[in-house]
Design a protein around this ligand. Structure first.
Ligand code: TYD
Ligand code: MG
Length: 466
């Protein structure tokens, strides 16, 4: 397998796009200057095949035998709980036996901390786990572990970057779960490229995939997201793994959001919220409350909107600052939401409710550092912009959600009842929502105390709030 023709190919360090010649811009992901030359040995590629035959024993070639679908047994208890509810939810209930999970994120965001805590919980529950680090020494890991807490039971550590050696240890120790920190430091002797290069990262993941599927070991891989393009990013291996989780957050703020972007065993778009403390990461169960911490009182241009993150409603504060522009072309800026969407909503307001926004600068911010793309926050943005423009302070206990269309109509959004329930739970007393949702809510809900204001158009919003 190692023997074969060698050739040089250009790989995009960001998305793994392959090209026979160098290009300034990657046609795959449109990033600039990410293509680098690498030598590859043309060997039959082992990575993808094992992913299909999940039951294959240790990846060796034997006679292929198909199975009758109805006879495939599914056991629920194959999911290992990580001991953290927030992480379990993103994973779809826990770590699936024999699965390959990628945890991506910027350096220093807390990936190693999270996975060390997972190891602690798993080993505490009597599971055999192996933590393999290619970045830190045993002492460094021990120092971090001391911050996190007591490691009561046996947990195996290994500082190694050679995948052959790692494979041998996994085969002899037979742990239930393995953490690889990080994939960019691992190398396979059969590939001549440097660790962190696209071909090396892919090949290493292929080997880990075979180990995971063959031995039924759950493997958690850490992948650094890098802007500079010196090492291959996690996107290169997204298609090879079963689940992809991204750890996001502002490095300067203490909370972190774990987002599922791919999951073969559960729903994506789920998020888990954590807080980085002195003793490691703590789960944040009431995320809405956390996101609304430190809201200004009696300030115009601030309103609470409700968005869905997977199956969970989340309340966030939308802030807008609208002021007169000193230049011919007004300045518009957004943080945490789509720039073009905000421009569009302001045009809708101008046309459909007659407010003169064309000569105004506008800044819109979703506080808490979240990036939201759900259309249901449209109504929140519209109300925040109007509130700032008219310099009118809205009630602290008002929450809004709904999609706004080009004719100024407020359109229905999904899961209205859950959103209203979340607002009610956190003590909000008024909810502005699409008229259709409001009617539906009135018919089917009993005993709510929150005041429901159904709106059909942005003009209705103006009339009922301003
Ligand atoms: P780390 O897990 O090393 O990040 P990554 O593996 O993603 O590169 O986390 C590093 C940061 O977390 C570092 O700046 C210190 C901080 N930290 C805490 O605030 N509290 C803790 O208990 C730990 C272990 C780390
Ligand atoms: Mg680390």
């Amino acid at each position: 397998m190692a023997k074969g023709k060698t050739a040089t190919v250009f790989f995009c360090q960001n998305c793994g796009y392959e090209s026979s010649k160098w290009m300034g811009q990657c046609p795959g992901c449109r990033e600039w200057n990410t293509l680098v030359e690498e030598t590859i040995s043309k060997s039959p590629y082992a990575g993808g095949a094992a992913a299909v035959g999940g039951a294959a024993s240790s990846g060796r070639r034997g006679r292929a035998v198909p199975t009758v679908l109805s006879q495939v047994a599914v056991r629920e208890e194959d999911k290992l709980s990580t001991g953290m509810g927030e992480l379990d939810r993103v994973l779809g209930g826990g770590i699936v036996q024999g699965s390959l999970t990628l945890v991506g994120g910027d350096p220093g965001i807390g990936k190693s901390t999270l996975l060390l805590q997972v190891c602690r919980n798993l080993s505490g529950a009597g599971h055999k786990v192996l933590y393999i680090s290619g970045e830190e020494s045993l002492t460094q890991i021990k120092l971090r572990a001391d911050r996190i807490g007591d490691f009561a039971s046996v947990m195996l550590l290994l500082c190694e970057t050679n995948l052959d050696a790692i494979g041998e240890v996994i085969r002899s120790e037979k742990p239930e779960a393995v953490v690889i920190d990080s994939i960019q430091t691992m190398y396979n002797e059969n590939v001549s490229a440097a660790p962190g290069s696209v071909s090396q990262v892919r090949e290493s993941t292929g080997i880990l995939l075979q180990l995971a599927k063959g031995l039924g070991v759950s493997v958690l891989i850490v992948g650094h997201v890098t802007k500079e393009g010196t090492v291959a990013g996690p996107r290169v291996l997204e298609h090879m793994v079963d689940a992809v989780l991204y750890f996001e957050g502002d490095k300067h703020a203490s909370y972190r959001v774990l987002r599922g972007v791919k999951n073969r065993f559960g729903s994506t778009n789920e998020i888990g919220v954590f807080e980085m403390r002195e003793q490691g990461l703590a789960e944040v169960k009431n995320a809405s409350e956390y996101m609304l911490n430190g809201r200004p009182e009696n300030a115009s241009g601030s309103v609470v909107a409700c968005t869905m993150e997977g199956t969970r409603p989340l309340l966030v504060e939308v802030q807008a600052l609208v002021c007169h522009s000193n230049f011919g072309i007004p300045r518009r800026q957004t943080i945490g939401t789509d720039f073009n969407r905000v421009n569009l909503l302001m045009a809708v307001l101008e046309k459909r409710s007659g407010v003169q926004l064309a000569s105004c600068d506008a800044y819109v911010n979703i506080t808490g550092g979240l990036k939201l793309s759900e259309p249901a926050i449209d109504l929140g943005i519209v109300i925040a912009v109007l509130s700032s423009f008219k310099n009118r302070v809205l009630s602290q206990k008002l929450v809004a959600f709904g999609e706004v269309g080009l004719s100024g109509e407020v359109r229905a959004v999904s899961m209205a009842r859950q959103r209203v329930a979340e607002a009610e739970k956190l003590g909000f007393d008024t909810c502005v929502l699409p008229w259709v949702c409001a009617e539906d809510f009135r018919k089917n809900s009993h005993g709510h105390t929150i005041r429901i204001i159904g709106v059909k158009t942005v003009q209705d919003v103006m009339d009922s709030l301003f």
